[in-house]
Design a protein around this ligand. Structure first.
Ligand SMILES: [Fe+2]
Length: 300
């Protein structure tokens, strides 16, 4: 039986049925998923049963796996999940709900800000695949913004102004917004301040998208006061209700998104009460976004 693609909005987010991602994909199913992914930006696969290897095997169809622990945990650190799978749960190493003073808790609160994954890395994330093994009964949704539709809705003059801008991203910018300052030696892991293009264009569809996140802090060649105002204005524009999809998780949903043309944020839940076990495989975009666009980076 061919897979079923059920759009949630005409050009944004779709559910995919009649597919078992634990099994190797046939060419026809793969082509249909790949096509849907580039059209809708966010895909929801309900009722999956995946171990870490199967999760990673599906992710690898989209490109090389990013080591999400790099820069945050030493190479020999004890982790709850296999290396290559990011732990976005509220659990400690023993699988128990974290304590109020957990360092990971403070850090993950940053995921409640609008962002796209790993723009604080020189090579950002292309695709994220998040698997909800245990969900909170109330809250904890993930909200997505369609950055292609947000771009399309901008006035032509603004599009022209943004076209060749380069933005400085750093996890320190987003975490500082949360009042979190204890980073440790982040620069050793390649998590300093990095340049990213403001506008990305899909090599597949040709559609342009705003490329922004709470990690964005400065714009190259622009006074900081002006840059901050512009970033805040664009974030507010892109997160208007008309560009959003709110995903209410069911246990065993796998949700994947294109980080090049969407933003997302986690919604709050009672994290000291409910067990939430979420696991993310992340596909790297392979080369820096400025290099992909052929943009030279001037000093900030
Ligand atoms: Fe994220």
């Amino acid at each position: 039986m061919p897979i079923r693609v059920q759009p949630i909005y005409p050009d944004f987010a779709a559910e995919i049925g009649d597919i078992d991602l634990a099994q190797p994909l046939g060419d026809q199913d793969w082509a249909a998923i790949d096509e849907a992914f580039h059209r809708y930006g966010v895909l929801v696969f309900p009722d999956q049963s995946l171990d870490g290897d199967q999760h990673l095997a599906f992710a690898r169809r989209f490109g090389p796996i990013e080591d999400s622990a790099k820069g945050f945990a030493p190479d020999n650190a004890r982790l709850r999940l296999a290396r290559g799978i990011a732990d976005v749960s509220n659990l400690d190493l023993e699988g128990k709900v974290w304590s109020p003073d957990s360092k990971a808790r403070g850090f993950q609160l940053g995921n409640q800000l609008w962002h796209t994954d790993s723009t604080f890395r020189v090579v950002p994330a292309r695709v994220s695949l998040l698997y909800g093994c245990a969900i909170a009964p109330v809250g904890g949704q993930t909200e997505f913004a369609d950055m292609r539709a947000a771009y399309d809705a901008l006035p032509d003059g603004m599009k022209a102004k943004l076209e060749d801008l380069v933005v400085e991203h750093s996890i320190t910018y987003s975490r500082a917004r949360m009042g979190y300052v204890d980073f440790g030696p982040l620069d050793q892991g390649g998590l300093g301040k990095v340049p990213q293009v403001m506008i990305r264009r899909s090599e597949r569809t040709g559609r342009a998208a705003l490329y922004l996140a709470a990690h964005a802090g400065r714009i190259y060649g622009m006074p900081d006061v002006e840059a901050k105002a512009l970033i805040d204005e664009l974030l507010a524009h892109a997160t208007q209700r008309r560009f959003l999809y709110l995903h209410r998780w069911r246990q065993n949903d796998l949700v994947m998104w294109d980080n090049r043309c969407t933003m997302h944020r986690g919604r709050p839940f009672e994290d000291l009460r409910w067990r939430r076990d979420f696991r993310r495989a992340t596909v790297s975009d392979e080369i820096p976004s400025c290099e992909r666009r052929g943009l030279a980076v001037a000093a900030a």
